[in-house]
Each structure stands twice: as C-alpha cells, then as structure tokens.
Ligand binder design. Sequence first.
Ligand code: HEM
Length: 498
Amino acid sequence: MAIQFLFFFFLISLYLYIFFLRSKSRVKTLGFRSYPIVGSLPDFLRNRHRFLDWSTEVLSSCPTNSAVFHRPGKVNGVIHANPQLVEHMLKSNFDNYPKGVRFRTLLQDFLGGGIFNTDGELWKIQRKTASYEFNTKSLRNFVMENVTVELQKRLIPILLTAAEEERVLDAQDLLERFAFDNICKLAFNVDPGCLGGDGTAGAGFMQAFEDAATLSSGRFMYALPRLYVIKKFFNLGSERKLRNSIATVYDFADRIISTRMEEKSEKKEEDLLSRFIGNGENSVEYLRDIVISFILAGRDTTSSALSWFFWLLSSKPDVEETIIQELDKIRRRSGKNIGDMFTFDELREMHYLQASISEAMRLYPPVPVDTKACNEDDILPDGTFIGKDWFITYHTYAMGRMVSIWGEDCCEYKPERWIENGICKQESPFKFPVFHAGPRMCLGKDMAYIQMKSIAASVLERFTFDVLMEKGKCPEHLLSLTLRMKGGLPVKVKKRIV
Ligand code: HEM
C-alpha cells in the first residue's frame, strides 16, 4: 500500500510540474473576438463549491452572456446562458454538438451506453425504442394507475401518520422514493416498494444511487482533469466509493433484468424494458445501462423540481393560496371531495399549478447545466469562436437569472409571469431549456408534469409543510447530475384546515 501511495504522489507531482510548464506558455486569448476569459485555476478552485452561482455572476457580466472556460489538460470550452446559442447547438447544428468523448468517458462507469451517454446510431435506436413508451395512451395509463396508487397507498398515509405523530420528514427523500417506485413500475414493470411501509425501505440502494450520481458528476470538477484516472487505478478515496456504489446499483439493475427475462414468456403487456429485451439480441450489460439511465431520468428530476417547489412555496403563502383556490374550483366543478383523485383532464386544467412548478424549475432547474462537445471549429451566433474538441455548456440555472431573458425581476419567484389569459403559456425551449431542446429533447416532459401536478395537488390540498430551515436562506446545493438540496428538505407536516 505504501508503494502505491508513493507512486500516486509521484504521478501527481509529475502532473503538476507538466501543467505549470505548459500554463506558462499558454496563449492568453483563445478567441476570434474579444470576450472575457473565465476559469483561471485559482478562480475556479475558490468558487468550485458555489460553481452555479459563481458562473452565473460571470455570465451575467459578459456582453452576450457567454464566456470561454480554460482549464489545464486541454479542457477548453464555452459556457453560456444565451437562447440563440442554445438553439444553435441543440437544434440548428445538432450534428456538430454531440455528447462527445469527454462527457461519455467521465460518465461511462455509471451510465455505460445508456441513452444519456450515447451518440449516433446507438442513441437513435434507444430513442426510437423508448419513444413508444411516451405516447399519450401510455401517459394516461401511467397517471391513472401508477401515480394514483403510489399516492393513495403510500405517500398520503405516510404524511397522515407523520402529521399525527408530529414527526419531521425529509420531503426530498420521500419524493425521490416516490419517483423511483414510479419509474420502475412504468419502465420495467417492477415495484421496488421504496415508499412502502414507513417510507424507508431500500435505503442502501437509494444511497448508492445518489453517491454514484454525485461522485460521477464530481469528475467534471477536478482541477486536474485526469486525476480521477489515477485515483481510480489505485482505488482511492472518492473513486473507491464510486466503484462500490456502482456495484450496488448494478446489482439492483441486474436483478430487475434477470427477473424480467425469466418472466418474458408470461408477460403480455409491453413496457420499456421488454421492448429492449425484444428477441434477446441485447446483452445484459446493455440492458443494465438502459435501466440505469431511465432510473436517473425518472427518479432524480421530478423529485428535485418538487423539492425546490415546496421550499419556494414555504415563503410564498399567496402563491400557495392561489393554488388551493384553483384546486377548489376544479373540485367544485366536477362535484368531487378532497381525497378523490384528480383525473388526467382535471390535471391539465391546473394552469396556475403548472405555472408555479415551471417557475420553480426556471430558478432551480433539475438539470442545471448540460454539456456537449464540438466536432468541428465553429463560430457561434454571438461571434464567439469554438474549437474542435472544445466543450460547450448551456447553463440553464444561469439562464433563469438573466435580466436579458426574463427582465429585471428575473430572480423573483412569480408564477404569474407564465399566465396569459388564464392559461399557462408554453415558453420557447431555447429560452427555457429545462427539458433540453431539439432532437434530444426530454422524452418524459409531459409525463413529468402530470406526475408533479398530481403529487403537488394531492399533497397541498390535504397538508401544509413547515419547512425547518432558516427563513430566507437558500438551501445549499448538492451539485450532482441533478440539482439537489444538501441535507434534504426537513419538513413538519400538518393537516390543512379547510
Ligand atoms: C422535471 C422533470 C424532468 C426534467 C427537468 C428533465 C430534463 C431533461 C433534460 C435536460 C434532458 C437532456 C439531458 C441530456 O442532455 O442528455 C432530458 C433527457 C431525457 N429525459 Fe428528461 N427530464 C425530466 C423528467 C423525465 C422523466 C420523468 C423521464 C422518463 C421517465 C425522462 C426521460 C428522459 C429521457 C429518456 C431523456 C433522453 C433523451 C435523449 O437523449 O434523446 N425525463 N431530460
């Protein structure tokens, strides 16, 4: 072990030596035109723990809200919060901006060849196969069956008990469990029951999945980009933890796959996994990658959005009251009592609720930054030069905070900005790229809204949440592949008095 450590430190010293030699000769301007260069190593290191807010500040001070980022190890790229550039990279020049080698390599251990981590033909096949699952009929069934059951049999009883016992709950954890049970039922026809009982089942897997996502995304933040390779080779620190958590996640995914393969001949209903299992040509490893990507898509996004939504509501009683009035109006119209589930069509009528959730995602987007690679040198619509093999990141979190996009009140939580003639308007996906845009736009968007609205409506009309956090202080971010709250969202649940 001592020899391993010595060798490890030798490699680090060598790396640092080479880096400083190279940085002395590094050119100062990368660009075609003059624009700020951000990301000197000390700046980056000083602000790494508050990367989202720091980079937002930098971008808002740049003339076109775009800046060049420069790090050792030939990591050059453009970060921006500019709708024109979003359209350019995600739609108009889609082929020039794939995920790319760097992104795929860093996430390979966790996501393998799953849909989030592929380009080209492999992506096209997965996208096409998965698309069947997201047609309107599946969506309606999904809402009617899965969300309703999970709400009535699991979430609401847990909240009722907590209210009676005056217990503090972690709302973020509960929402993740809800979303996890849901996506497993929808995509793989398996009920992991993570929200069953008192809502603490499967804690080992949940923790492992969280660690795998957080540590994988941590690889993007290394000051020395290849350092993780050395740590991985020697199985040290965060890389050892990552390896262990990935093993737990693999074990879970493998069990789903083997159960489904055994049941294959008996199952009549198609689901996402059975479409991929198909005629048995796909390997277990490939199926596992697909399973993991879908768990990530389904578990961590809606739960993140709703956690921030409930936190924002806790300081906006007027917004909460308007939502309650909207729900009450819909109930009166259909002659229903509190406790009767809302139908698919009733959920679609909840425009103010939709606006309130969209507004929460504008300020706290579940996927706060998204990165692609540049295949060939290009000039972006604002005149910025981008070189071959550079990365390009659109910064959704910063975009929600740009005066140039949302006006002077951009940092305020105001659902009304979404409402036009009583209807929640659709924003351009380039201005609001929370669900991505272009050919790789999120497949689960409609489903996500329906799930989030069902949960929010059912919970809000029965309960109030006292958020046990310092008033007016934003919870610390846990920057994983999605935007989570560090330490969760502790709430005291009370029955709503009507
Ligand atoms: C609030 C909820 C959600 C948000 C904000 C969201 C956001 C996104 C974003 C930003 C991407 C692009 C990621 C990338 O560059 O690879 C994406 C892709 C995707 N999302 Fe979602 N998502 C949400 C919910 C869901 C749900 C519930 C599902 C399905 C169960 C889903 C399925 C997918 C899939 C399959 C892709 C990959 C599309 C492709 O690469 O072709 N999403 N989503």
